[in-house]
Design a protein around this ligand. Structure first.
Ligand code: NAP
Length: 245
């Protein structure tokens, strides 16, 4: 398979990012698998990719840290070659809370990872990609639904990602770098348990028109299409992967 250029995938140790990394490697991208703390999970994904004949590099970095993001992109270029794709996937979900319960510490960490982290990774991609290339941001249906009584702050962090997607797609259009986003709905991953609500998917699934949760692979397939040449005239747009929710 021809080398399609390096693809950096943030949050690739688990969930949607791991599924995306496997598919991007199978599609011919050398992949940098970023993670925050779960080294063994990231190594396991990289080992699977290597066993299937792909190239994968594991790299720990908190995407909220500017120097760590820069170092990650340096290493990807040095060890895997020129970057042509970024999947801005890493994100955190906050525990359920009503608006009156929000505080500055919670908002600050959430926005640092979900907004600043995604902006810094996109900025590094912009600085280094000559074009053509593709950025896919992982937003959420929460950006549109607003997540009342659960996490309006998380929803708003994804609203920021949607605005960035629109603006950056216009800024980079002339360079042939496409910027799109997926908006997953209720997806079966560990993010819900991480936010202290392991039963969330089972509880919410009755509100999904298709009457089931989605899988990480179903989101990854949309991401891969947006990265691919088949989407070469698609920029500044959103694919909702949400079973109609
Ligand atoms: P997940 O299973 O909880 O995995 C999160 C990934 O992000 C892990 O690889 C984690 O690394 C990494 N990560 C977390 N904080 C990070 C940081 N500061 N720096 C670098 N990496 C960090 O999550 P997921 O469900 O796959 O979600 C992926 C994306 O989809 C997120 O942006 C999320 O908001 C969005 N989304 C998810 C759903 C859903 O229902 N699951 C719905 C809509 C949108 P470690 O393993 O090292 O902790």
């Amino acid at each position: 398979m021809a080398d399609k250029g390096t693809c950096i995938i943030t949050g690739a140790s688990r969930g949607i990012g791991a599924a995306t990394a496997r598919m991007a490697a199978a599609a011919g991208h050398p992949v940098l698998l970023n993670y925050a703390g779960n080294h063994s999970a990231a190594e396991a994904v990289a080992a699977e990719i290597a066993a299937s004949g792909g190239r994968a590099l594991v790299h720990q970095a908190d995407i909220a840290e500017e120097d760590a993001v820069t170092a990650m992109f340096d290493r990807a270029e040095a060890e895997l070659g020129p970057i042509t794709a970024l999947v801005n996937n890493a994100g955190i979900l906050t525990p359920s809370a009503t608006f009156d319960q929000l505080d500055a510490a919670r908002l600050s960490r959430l926005f640092a990872v979900n907004i600043t982290g995604s902006f810094l990774c996109a900025r590094e991609a912009v600085r280094r990609m000559p074009g053509p290339g593709a950025i896919v941001n992982v937003s959420s249906r929460a950006a549109v639904l607003g997540s009342p009584n659960e996490f309006i702050d998380y929803a708003a962090s994804k609203g920021a990602i949607d605005s960035m997607t629109i603006g950056l797609s216009k800024e980079l259009g002339p360079r042939g770098i496409r910027v799109n986003a997926v908006r997953p709905g209720l997806i079966e991953t560990e993010i819900h348990a991480s936010a202290g609500d392991a039963g969330r998917v089972a509880r919410m699934v009755s509100g999904v028109p298709m009457a089931r949760a989605g899988s990480a692979e179903e989101v990854a397939e949309a991401i891969l299409w947006l990265l691919s040449d088949e989407a070469r005239y698609v920029t500044g747009t959103f694919i909702d992967v949400s079973g109609g929710r």
